[in-house]
Ligand binder design. Structure first.
Ligand code: G6P
Length: 608
């Protein structure tokens, strides 16, 4: 989840590195650093804090040079300090290296290198790599990197420079994304397209176990074991404006507000109104296997795990296939039972979450059919699953996931309809479902218009220390997601529970200071939720209700109402989550929190 950028060419390297780092700041932002090569000498500058700190430091001095590396860090091994920030250098100061990932056997490697006289200056796993390359170096950087990496266990996307070969960057990948930007008389390497897209739209995606030798005029590709690799240059179609704030104060607000469009994009070309079904090109060849699946396991982390819970409901209701939802981090380590006919679906916005990727690999080893539901095109999970469905929500920059969540749920609904039409759904029912899906963007538009009202509610509750979110059925995962959004960005303690479970514990917390958010849309459990509301009121709790428009009963029972249009039950979560996204957003802004980069969190968690 750190960000990597390297540049070699005819420009001054520093401005290229700083602008690239700024575009990747969401990947990690506790410290940053650059290394610049000039006259066969490497100068390193690092700062703790945001990129702007580093920018100030480099502006106050002259740092010429047409070759350099930059890194923005999210600490894993060792605290966020200047020493621990990348680039890291070897004992003699000839090699500088930036790294994303974790070196698992760094302790034993470090002991061996220390016994050979290498002097370590940091607490990081990454520094070991610099010394390991130094140890292997015999006049050829590429060879030294290959030899060093052969001893390493773990994950990396890395870039290395050496002052004895001042005209090249060596880059390597294992489990952590790395892209080479191909320019004219200049080349780039980055962990993220956003970092280089202003300079070039020609990209080469490195695969695991590949190493690249990058000079200003060319790129050579090898495997770790030095076999030649043929790579193709792909044209990048991503629009940079898409990754900028578009006039909003925060990326998160922009991403919440663009949901009518992102939902449209997720459904584009996929709704077959007349046939009452859907079309999903990415899984076309797998549809028979999916229909025949005996069991589905959905694996994910964080917000994607919440969308998986909604997918479980949908697939069981319409596809009539038993579904289990697993945290990827648990699945991968507990020797899961994968029998013939088990379909494993991984849901991941980034497509790079390490636990989800590892869980997919484990599922494949056990013989499962694997599908991916990802946002980032060409991401590791998208490539490693046999087939999949892109959610097409566009780049999501705010750390707290919003538009990706609603698009994930939308795509799961498309899948449930597609499979369901082969099982339990009639043509007439299918047509109704598809028609309702088509109306989702306009429904969302309506909810977004109430942002000022939600802001008033946020004002009233911004200083509360605890929140409880309750929902049932399709709305239980929304209770979890609403609570997660609030705690992630406002640091207020919030818990989500199935409403009926309240009486088995959380009810003890309810008093006049406890706001309780009920997600109470008019589905099969509505009456039951009304009783749960009474239980809260009887204990003086404050009721905030997300309910369907015009619900008089709810208006009479709750102090604050967040109304959403009514649609079919299975689609309600896509609507009921939106006021909760806005509530969390406004509370966080009013509390002066860093909405887009909340403390301790990262957008793409590529470590365990
Ligand atoms: C991090 C992000 C969350 C995200 C989770 C899973 O924790 O902060 O917003 O839901 O990772 O990420 P993925 O990219 O796999 O959906």
């Amino acid at each position: 989840m750190c960000g990597i950028i390297g540049y070699i060419g005819n420009k001054d390297a520093v401005p290229v590195l700083i602008s690239g780092l700024k575009r990747m700041e969401y990947r990690g932002y506790d410290s940053s650093g650059i290394a610049v090569m000039n006259d066969s000498r490497i100068t390193v500058e690092k700062r703790v804090g945001k990129i702007v700190e580093l920018e100030r430091a480099v502006h106050s001095q002259s740092l010429p040079g047409n070759l350099g590396l930059g890194h923005t860090r999210w600490a894993t091994h060792g605290s966020p300090s200047e020493a621990n920030a990348h680039p890291h250098i070897d004992s003699a100061g000839h090699i500088a290296l930036i790294h994303n990932g974790i070196i698992e056997n760094y302790v034993s490697l470090r002991q061996r290198l220390e016994s050979k006289g290498h002097e370590f200056r940091t607490e990081t796993d990454t520094e070991t790599l610099a010394h390991l390359i130094e140890d292997a170096y015999q006049g050829d950087l590429l060879e030294a990197v290959q030899e060093a990496l052969a001893q390493v266990r773990g994950t990396y996307g890395l870039a290395v420079i050496c002052d004895k070969e001042p005209d090249k960057i060596v880059a390597a990948r294992m489990g952590s994304p790395l892209i080479i930007g191909v320019g004219e008389g200049e080349n780039f390497v980055a962990s993220d397209l956003a970092a280089i897209v202003t300079y070039t739209r020609n990209a080469i995606y490195l695969e695991d176990e590949e190493v690249a030798l990058i000079t200003a005029d060319g790129i050579k590709h090898r495997t770790l074991t030095n076999h030649m690799v043929e790579k193709t240059v792909e044209e990048v179609t991503i629009d940079l404006e898409e990754i900028e704030k578009g006039g909003y104060d925060h990326f998160m607000l922009k991403e919440i507000m663009e949901q009518p469009r992102t939902l449209e994009d997720s459904m584009r070309g996929r709704l077959l109104l007349e046939d009452g079904t859907t079309k999903l090109g990415g899984i076309r060849e797998y549809i028979d296997k999916i229909v025949a699946a005996r069991r589905i396991i959905i694996i994910a982390c964080g917000t994607s795990w919440h969308s998986a819970l909604i997918g479980e409901h949908m697939l069981e209701e319409f596809a009539r296939i038993p579904v289990e939802v697993e945290y990827a981090s648990e699945f991968r380590y507990r020797d899961p039972i994968v029998e013939e006919g088990t379909l494993v679906i991984a849901i991941s916005q980034s497509g790079e979450t390490l636990d989800t990727l590892a869980a997919i690999r484990e599922a494949k080893r056990k013989g499962a059919i694997t599908l991916g539901i990802c946002n980032v095109i060409g991401s590791s999970i998208a490539r490693e699953t046999e087939a999949g469905i892109y959610i097409h929500a566009g780049p999501e920059i705010g750390v707290a996931s919003t538009k990706a969540f609603t698009s994930q749920v939308t795509v799961l609904a498309l899948l449930a309809i597609l499979v369901g039409r082969r099982k339990s759904i009639s043509a007439a029912q299918g047509r109704w479902m598809v028609r309702e899906m088509k109306k989702l963007p306009q429904y969302v538009e309506k909810i977004l218009a109430s942002t000022e009202h939600i802001k008033e509610i946020a004002e009233r509750f911004k200083d509360h220390r605890n929140f409880l979110y309750l929902g049932r059925g399709y709305n239980f995962p929304i209770a979890l997601e609403g609570a997660l959004k609030l705690k992630e960005i406002s640091y207020i303690h919030a818990e989500g529970y199935p409403a009926a479970e309240m009486k088995h514990g959380p009810i003890a917390l309810i008093d006049k200071d406890m706001p309780v958010v009920f997600i109470a849309t008019q589905d099969g459990t509505y009456e039951k939720v009304l009783s749960n509301i009474e239980e809260v009121k009887a204990r003086d709790g404050i009721v905030i209700a997300v309910c369907c428009e015009g619900d008089k009963e709810m208006a009479a029972k709750s102090e604050y109402l967040l109304e959403v249009p009514r649609t079919m039950n299975f689609l309600m979560p896509i609507l009921s989550v939106i006021p909760l996204q806005l509530l969390a957003y406004h509370v966080a802004v009013l509390r002066d929190c860093d909405v887009d980069q909340p403390r301790n969190l990262a957008k793409s968690v590529t470590v365990e």
